[in-house]
Each structure stands twice: as C-alpha cells, then as structure tokens.
Design a protein around this ligand. Structure first.
Ligand code: SER
Length: 611
C-alpha cells in the first residue's frame, strides 16, 4: 500500500469521486445547527439529513463528496488506548437517490486497491445478515445483493462476514431518521487470530475497519419501526486517521504524521517543566494521548465558525469543559506547566489551518477561552488538593485508612475535585476510597436534581421540528433587528436552537440597555404581525453577497447556496428550513441578554406560546 499523508489522502479521495461525477461540497460545522438531537456532528450524515430524506434537493446535485469534522465523545474514558479518538475526519461520498450498491461497492474496491494500494487479499468485508421472518412484521432481508457484488469483485465467501444489526446497520442512534444496512471494509493486519471466533469487528487488532458504505433504504419512525424510505441513498464514511495509520504501518493513530507535531509539542512542554515526575511508561503514554486527543477536539470546537460552544456546565458546553479539564489534569500529572493549552492550540492550528481556515480565523478567541478555563480549573485543583490533604491527615490521625464515599462526593460536588484525583492521591498515600459509597451519593444527588427540574420539560410535548423551524426564522429576524438598533457591526457569531429557546451570539462590546432590548423586541414583533413572506432562491455566494446578503464569517459554502429573504428585512445565506410567513411565529420575547465571551453578547429568546 501507499504511504500518503492526510493532506494527500483527502485530495486523492475527493478527486477520485469527482471523476465519478460527484461534486465536492464543503464539510459542515462540528456544532450542528438546529438539531437538538445531537450535541456535536458525529457523522457526515447529520448536515445532509433533509436531503437524504428527500425533503429538499441539494443545490450541488445528487452525487456529493466531502470531508466532515466529527466529534464523538461517548467513549471519552477509553481515550488513551491505541485506537480511541474524540475527534476525527471522515471522508464521504453520497448518493441522494442516485446510484446504489453496485456503484458504491465497486468504487470503494477500486479506490482501496488502485488508489491506496491495498491488496485485494487484505480486504475482509461484513454485510447485514437480515432479521425476522419473511412475511412477518419487521422482516428485513439479508443483504445478498452486497454479497454478490463483493464476490463479483473477487472477494471469496470466507472473507465476507454476515453479521447482525449491532454490526451492520447504520442510522442515527436512538432517534428517528434515515438508516439502513451497511457493508464495512476491514484490512487484515496479518496478525495472528485471537481465537477461533476472531473476525472483523472483534477489536483484537487483527482487523481494522477503514470504510463503511451505508445503504439508506429505510426510515426509523417515531415508534422505532423501520419503514421503507422510498429512496435509495448511499452514505459512506472513511476515517482519515485510521486509514493513514494503516497505510503508514504506524502502530497507532497517535504515531502517524497527523499527531506527530502535537505529540512533539507535548514532549517539549514536559521537558521544559521543572519537575517532570517519574511515571510508569504506560501512564505517561496514556496521558500524552489524552492530552493530544482532547486538545485537538477542544481546539476544533472552540474555533468552529459558529462559535456557539464555550466551556460550561450543560450540554455541549459541558463536554467541552470536560475535554479541557481532563487534558489539564493529565498535563499536571506528567509535569507540564500551566499555560500549555494555548500552546497546543497553536500547534494544532498550524497543522490544519490550510484545510480548515476557521482554525486560523478564530484562534485568538479560542486561546482566550482555553486560557480562562485552564486557570479556573487549576485554581479548583489547588483548592481541592488542599482539602484532600486535610481529609487525609485527619484520617491518619484517627488511624483510619478509607476515605468514605460521602467525603469523596463532597470533595467532588462542593469543591469540583475530580473523583479520579481523589483515588489517585489516596493510592499514593496508601489510603482506599469507598467507590460504591461515592456512586451511591452521586446517584442520590442526580435523582434529586432530576425531580426538581422535571417541571422544565413542558415544551417537549410540542412538535419539536416545527418549533425549531419557527425559531430559525425568528433568529433571522433578531439578527436583522440587531442591525437596525445597534448597527451593522452587531454580527452573528453563533446560533443554537432547541425546542425550548433560541440562542444567538453576536459581536457587541457592552451590555445592551433596556431601551435597546425593548426596541429589538418591538421590531421583531412588528415584523411578525405584518405577516411577511419568507422566500428562498438558489444562487452563488458572490451573487448573494452582491445583493447584500449576510453570511457567516469563516464559514465555507458550496458553489450553489440557498438564500433566504424575509421581505426586504433580511437576506441570509442559510440551509433552512424556515417558515413561509412570519405570522407563524406568533410572538417574540427576549429572555436574557448576557456576555458570552470578550466582545460577544448572547441573547436567549422564545417565540409563540413560549413567549
Ligand atoms: N454514517 C456512516 C458512519 O459514520 C458512514 O458515513 O460510519
């Protein structure tokens, strides 16, 4: 096989699919817009769902190819082993009710063997084995069509594995949406089998998955049933990091050219620290990987053109905070001095800025946020460590050797001191910690907070997607009203919508006055009452800008974009969806105006019967 860099791989992939009639489209933001079901873009399909469903036509056509930034933090605690990453890039080719299995599989085979240089003998594939009985409800046949195509390409039956839904079905987890059987491609590393049942997907390291072709023929509906979609889409995903790892023969993704500058920077920072502690090699290795992974993810989130996620205590903000804080904790453990987060962000920006210009455009605000969060957490850790010392001394004075669950929980809940750190420090001091007692205290606490917040889920009873659409149009009106009241520098920095509220970040140096807020609210409500028509047309970015349309700074757009106009009040390049008339919003109310970060204000607002 060839030994390509990530830059070369992206390029080769996009050009290959371009030669097969695909349009190269820009990847979407890593922060999903108007999709309350996920905190981050976890796969290339998220931004394309409306097109996969056939709700609208994609401006670039029915064959698309892209590179998508993805964040998956479900396995955050596994990071540090050889394979887990919380951020990765995914190459994809898409058929929107255009070609299907034959083309998708044949092109995957052609690309892997002829352009990446994998040998056909290294290739092992899995296909969906079907479920249920013919004639019964819920029956889905085995994907014999995919099997036949693989065989026609020369893959023998013993390298085609028929597996159940857990392995060979792809769709949005736990929610509704387009989905279907897939066929996954694995490279045999040549290692010994781990046992008689060793097969692709068994995680022993013999078979590494590098590509997944999903055949979206079904829709998962509200009752959790799979109904034919009436369309045949293809969604494929090839992980850049894993593929580069396989091609270069590196033992893990962290040993590839992608991570090389980041790992080097971590080692340099450690060497510069005055007292690099002695550590077991496996602990040091894990810490370096955690720091590299988490800082890469945090940098991409903070530099996202939407700028809507900042370290905080809820939802996506909390995930970001956790990533940064885990990196800080591990850096502290291996003797890296404070102030390292901004230095790593610079290195990461340098590595990726030619592919993702938003890293360069937003690096300065990203660094401010990292610095502030690192300082805050270091202060918490200093205080927590002091509290822990007190606890440990008292225990020793009383001849005891176990920290109770209640005490560990208090350190965590009241002082923000991570439970893992209590355990680590206790182990060093020859003390034990009552983990069960800690879990019990934590569980009780969570139950309590769930009961007290149960009253806040009322809006969930409404039809979420319709509310989200209305909020989306309200966001455009708010943006236009801010321009009228504050002037043209009050520009969008981020937007996030849930079924409960809209949130809008914009550049403005100071707190808005009561008069300004009232004026904005009044304007939006007047526009709603006037019942203004919302229209959409397809155009190019240049033409849209020439018409005075607003576009997100730092965002990349495809050749053809949709331009939404609300009478002559607002014109914005945007993917929609929107209502057709402003009357549908009912009314508009600002709930909160606050600081988001330096020079950026945040408005939270509601509409209709929530207002
Ligand atoms: N959506 C599929 C995946 O994430 C293929 O792109 O694997």
């Amino acid at each position: 096989m060839k030994n390509l860099t990530a830059d070369e791989l992206r390029d080769t992939y996009l050009k290959f699919f371009e030669s097969k009639g695909h349009k190269i489209i820009p990847g979407a933001s890593v922060i999903p817009e108007n999709d309350p079901t996920v905190l981050f873009t976890t796969a290339g399909m998220h931004p394309l769902v409306p097109y996969l469903m056939g709700a609208m036509e994609h401006p670039a056509g029915t064959r698309l190819t892209d590179v998508q930034k993805c964040v998956r933090t479900g396995d955050i605690d596994e990071v540090g082993d050889a394979a887990h990453l919380t951020f990765f890039e995914m190459l994809g080719n898409w058929s929107l009710n255009d070609y299907f299995k034959k083309e998708a599989i044949s092109w995957s085979f052609e690309f892997l063997t002829q352009h990446l240089g994998f040998k056909p003998e290294q290739l092992n594939v899995t296909v969906f084995r079907g479920e249920g009985q013919e004639g019964e409800a819920g029956y889905i046949p085995a994907d014999e069509e995919a099997v036949a195509i693989w065989k026609s390409l020369g893959i023998p039956d013993e390298r085609i594995f028929r597996l159940p839904r857990e392995d060979n079905w792809w769709g949005p987890a736990g929610t509704t949406g387009p989905c279907g059987p897939d066929t996954e491609m694995f490279i045999d590393t040549g290692k010994e089998k781990c046992g008689p049942d060793c097969r692709p997907g068994c995680h022993c390291g013999k078979y590494i998955e590098i590509w997944n072709d999903v055949f979206m023929q079904y829709n998962k509906n509200e009752d959790g049933k799979f109904v034919p979609l009436g369309r045949h889409n293809v969604d494929t995903g090839m992980g850049v990091e894993r593929t580069i790892c396989m091609m270069s023969g590196a033992p893990t993704v962290y040993d590839t050219e992608i991570f090389a500058p980041i790992m080097k920077a971590i080692d340099d920072l450690r060497a510069a620290g005055s007292s690099a502690p002695e550590l077991a090699p496996e602990d040091l290795l894990k810490a370096r990987r955690v720091i590299a992974d988490h800082m890469r993810t945090a940098t991409f989130i903070l530099c996202d053109p939407k700028g809507a996620v900042k370290p905080g205590n809820v939802g996506a903000n909390y995930v970001l905070r956790r990533l940064i804080r885990r990196a800080v904790r591990f850096a502290r453990m291996i003797g890296i001095q404070p102030g390292f987060t901004v230095k790593l962000a610079e290195v990461i920006c340098e590595k990726y800025k030619h592919v993702y210009p938003e890293l360069k455009a937003n690096l300065e605000t990203c660094k401010l946020d990292l610095e502030a969060e690192e300082k805050r957490f270091n202060a918490t850790l200093d205080k927590g460590e002091a509290m822990y010392q007190k606890v440990a001394e008292q225990l020793k004075a009383h001849g005891q050797s176990q920290i109770s669950g209640k005490t560990a929980f208090k350190l965590y809940d009241t002082f923000g001191f991570p439970f893992e750190m209590t355990c680590e420090m206790a182990a060093k001091d020859g003390l034990t910690v009552d983990k069960e007692g800690f879990d019990e205290a934590n569980r009780k606490h969570q139950e309590l907070s769930r009961t007290t917040s149960a009253g806040s889920f009322k809006a969930g009873l409404q039809d979420n997607s319709a509310v989200v659409t209305r909020m989306h149009t309200a966001t455009h009106l708010l943006h236009a009203a801010l321009h009228k009241v504050l002037g043209p520098t009050a520009n969008q920095k981020g937007s996030n919508i849930t079924a409960e509220r809209l949130r809008f970040d914009f550049s403005w140096p100071e707190k808005m006055t009561e008069e300004q807020k009232a004026a904005v609210e009044k304007l939006v409500n007047e526009w709603i009452e006037q019942g203004i028509e919302v229209t959409k047309k397809m155009t190019t970015v240049e033409e849209a800008k020439a018409e005075g349309a607003m576009a997100l700074f730092g965002a990349k757009y495809g050749d053809q974009v949709s331009l939404y106009s609300i009478g002559d009040i607002s014109k914005e390049i945007c993917c929609g969806p929107h209502v057709t008339n402003t009357k549908e919003l009912g009314s508009f109310k600002i709930k909160k105006e606050e600081s988001s970060s330096a020079g950026v204000r945040r408005i939270k607002a509601v509409i209709g019967n929530l207002a």
